[in-house]
Design a binder for this molecule. Structure first.
Ligand code: AVI
Length: 322
């Protein structure tokens, strides 16, 4: 096993995005990618084992049960790129199944260095796998991996855990299209998608009784305090989870408990919050099977196969670039 990490992501970029999101007219917002610093990544690991949050277990169950079937539908030799590898635990099933047939180059692409380190550590013991980590935005990383692959190799992109659902509609379709543009016909995308389920079950999953998801959300303000010297007073804000019927998505917001002013010196601005005003921090879309086929085809993929978890409705979709 070899590991190597290629890095980027700057405080200047965070400052620019925080300023743009908090000073925009109407609904204040912050990009959900900033939830994942080292504290946020660790909290997300805890979320993934909470009883209320079945998504990660469903994803893992499907990969554990079906990785051999998935691998049987690929055309070796294969290079594997993973967008947002997280801890790498779920990926193990796919890499072990692939490495029974061939030596594998595995390229995790992560904006969180902490997650990249966790994933490299988790997968270091698989023999026939070379790991080259990319600390990059997804599409930038994917472009680099695609440019490095050898002639005749199929690229398998793993986009697991329903992270696609965190792109605000219709940005998920746009993202799939951009991904398709970096791939060649015959390349594969294994896409994990959380499926529709009753609103009360979803609200419990995104507002758990231990308050871990609340801490995960509020850590975004703590991160801005740490990295941009801001003075958010965390006890003056609260976590809110809502189900938006129109979009079929769970939204996370941070609500100001009172009217207050916050200054963010490293981003050179200060901002007033009204009592009850929210910052929208994440959307998590829940798909129907029809919708998955539709957006895949619209993005230039053919839906080859789907594996579905019955316990926590979730689909693993094998898409082939048309
Ligand atoms: C990473 N992503 C798929 C998670 C989700 O369910 O949308 C992030 C998350 N947010 C709150 N809990 C989990």
């Amino acid at each position: 096993m070899q590991t190597q990490t290629i890095t980027a992501q700057s405080v200047a970029e965070l400052a620019r995005d925080v300023r743009a999101g908090l000073t925009r007219k109407g609904q204040k917002e912050l990009p959900s990618k900033y939830l994942y610093d080292s504290v946020g990544s660790a909290l997300f690991e805890v979320i993934s084992v909470l009883p209320e949050y079945g998504l990660t277990r469903a994803d893992e169950r499907l990969l554990r049960r079906h990785s051999e079937d998935i691998v049987a539908r690929l055309t070796p030799p294969t290079t594997v790129a993973e967008l947002g590898s997280g801890s790498g635990k779920k990926t193990r099933w796919m890499l072990e199944a692939l490495s029974r047939h061939q030596h594998i180059s595995y390229c995790p692409i992560e904006i969180s260095r902490a997650a990249l380190t966790m994933c490299e550590r988790e997968l270091a013991d698989i023999d026939a796998v070379s790991i080259v980590g990319f600390e990059r935005e997804y599409l930038d990383g994917l472009l680099e991996v695609a440019a490095r692959r050898r002639k005749g190799e199929q690229l398998l992109v793993l986009f697991l855990g329903s992270t696609i659902g965190n792109f605000e509609h219709p940005a998920d379709l746009k993202f799939l299209r951009q991904m398709r543009e970096t791939l060649q016909a015959g390349d594969a995308l294994l896409l994990g998608t959380d499926l529709e389920k009753p609103a009360p079950q979803l609200l419990d999953a995104y507002d758990d009784s231990l308050g871990v998801t609340a801490a995960f959300n509020l850590n975004l303000l703590a991160r801005i305090n740490r990295e941009l010297e801001a003075d958010f007073s965390l006890e003056q804000f609260e976590h809110v989870a809502r189900f938006n019927q129109d979009t079929g998505s769970v939204e996370m917001h941070i609500r100001s408990r009172r009217q207050q002013n916050v200054s963010i010196p490293a981003a050179e601005f200060s901002i007033t919050f009204d009592a009850g005003e929210t910052i929208w921090t994440e959307s998590s879309h829940k798909y129907s099977l029809k919708e998955i086929s539709r957006i895949s085809e619209n993005a230039g993929f053919r839906c080859d196969s789907q594996w579905i978890d019955e316990e926590w409705p979730f689909a693993e979709n094998l898409l082939i670039a048309a």
